[in-house]
Design a protein around this ligand. Structure first.
Ligand code: SF4
Length: 320
C-alpha cells in the first residue's frame, strides 16, 4: 500500500465572527497517497477553500484551527511556526490561486517574480534564473517570456507563470484553488493537462473546484464536502461512477452535459448557515432519503468498500 503524502486528521477550522462561530471545516479526516490528483468538490460554503488554505497554514482572520493535524510527507504542518512554516510553504507545499489576473504583481517582470520565490529560499540568483528558464520550458512557456510583464501575457500564460512560481522549489504538494475558473474552456483544458503532467512526474495535486465534471475528467481521487464535513471520498471511478452519498448523486445530477438530453436537476434548498448547522446529518433538510435518525444523530464516516468512504446513515442501517 502506498504511504499517504497528505494526512488530514480530525481538522476543525472555525471563524469567530461578531454574529457567531462559523464551523467552516468541522472534523474532517482523509489521506491522499503521493502522485494523485485529488479534487475537493462541493457547493460554495462547503468548506473546501478553507480546507485548502488550512493545508498551507493560511487561514485568514477571524479564522482559527481549533483542533486536528495536517501531515505532509510526515511533517506536521500545524506544528510549524515562523521561519519553519515559511520554508515549508514553497519547499513542501505551495498554492496556485484562482485568478491569474490578480495573482501576479503587475509592475514587475514575471521572471523576477518566479526567481524571487527561489532566492527567498536561499537559491543563488544565477542558479534561480537558470532554473526559471528550465521550468518555463517544461511548462510550455518560451523562456523569453521571463522578461515580460503580466499585462503582456494571455490569461493562460499568466496561470502557467503562477504554476511555475508554485512549483519552483519542487514541493511535494500543490494546492490549486479553482485554477481554471477565470479561463475559457480551451485554456482550462491546457492548464489541467499541465497539472496532470506534474502529477505524472510525481507531484501530488489537490484541486479545489465546484465543478464535479472537471473532477471527473482529471482527478484520480475525489473528496466531496458538504457544510464543513466530508461526506464521500474515494477513487474517481467510485465516487463519480458509483456515488453512494445522496449529496454526491445530487451534485452529479445538477451538472450540465453537452451530450445529455435531459436537463440538469438542481438539489432543492440551500446549504445551511454554518453558524447554526442543522442537528444530525447536515444534509437532512435537503435529502430525499432522510430518516428520523438523520435528524438526530450525525453519521460517521465508514469504509463502504476498500478505499471508498461515505458518511450516511443509509450505509449503517443497511438501506443502501
Ligand atoms: Fe440523507 Fe440521512 Fe444519509 Fe444524511 S444520513 S445523506 S439525511 S440518508
Amino acid at each position: 500500500m502506498t504511504e499517504p503524502l497528505l494526512v488530514v486528521d480530525n481538522l476543525k477550522v472555525y471563524y469567530y465572527t461578531l454574529t457567531g462561530i462559523v464551523k467552516a471545516v468541522d472534523g474532517v479526516s482523509f489521506s491522499v497517497p503521493g502522485s494523485e490528483l485529488a479534487a475537493v468538490v462541493g457547493e460554495s460554503g462547503s468548506g473546501k477553500t478553507t480546507l485548502g488554505y488550512s493545508i498551507l497554514g493560511l487561514i485568514p482572520p477571524p479564522g482559527r484551527r481549533v483542533s486536528g493535524r495536517i501531515l505532509i510527507d510526515n511533517v506536521d504542518i500545524t506544528s510549524l511556526h515562523g521561519e519553519a512554516l515559511r520554508r515549508a510553504r514553497g519547499e513542501l507545499v505551495s498554492m496556485v490561486f484562482q485568478n491569474p489576473f490578480t495573482t501576479l504583481d503587475p509592475v514587475r517582470r514575471v521572471g523576477d517574480q518566479v526567481v524571487e520565490v527561489m532566492t527567498e529560499h536561499g537559491v543563488p540568483k544565477d542558479e534561480a534564473w537558470r532554473r526559471a528558464e528550465e521550468i518555463f520550458t517544461k511548462l510550455g512557456l518560451p523562456p523569453r517570456l521571463l522578461k515580460a510583464y503580466p499585462h503582456q501575457l494571455s490569461g493562460g500564460q499568466r496561470q502557467r507563470v503562477a504554476i511555475a512560481a508554485a512549483v519552483a522549489l519542487n514541493p511535494k504538494l500543490v494546492v490549486a484553488d479553482e485554477p481554471t475558473t477565470a479561463l475559457d474552456v480551451i485554456v482550462q483544458e491546457q492548464i489541467m493537462e499541465l497539472l496532470d503532467s506534474l502529477r505524472r512526474q510525481g507531484m501530488t495535486i489537490m484541486l479545489i473546484t465546484h465543478d464535479i465534471a472537471l473532477a471527473a475528467t482529471w482527478a484520480t481521487k475525489v473528496i466531496v464536502m458538504y457544510a464543513g464535513t466530508l461526506v464521500e471520498y474515494g477513487s474517481v471511478e467510485e465516487v463519480v461512477g458509483e456515488p453512494l452519498h445522496p449529496y454526491t448523486r445530487g451534485l452529479i445530477n445538477a451538472t450540465p452535459s453537452v451530450d445529455r438530453k435531459d436537463r440538469p436537476k438542481s438539489i432543492p434548498g440551500l446549504p445551511p448557515d454554518l453558524r447554526r448547522p442543522p442537528p444530525g446529518c447536515r444534509f437532512h433538510p435537503r435529502c430525499p432519503y432522510a430518516m428520523d435518525k438523520c435528524r438526530k444523530e450525525p453519521p460517521t464516516l465508514i469504509e463502504a468498500s476498500p478505499g471508498h468512504y461515505v458518511s450516511c446513515h443509509l450505509y449503517t442501517e443497511g438501506r443502501r
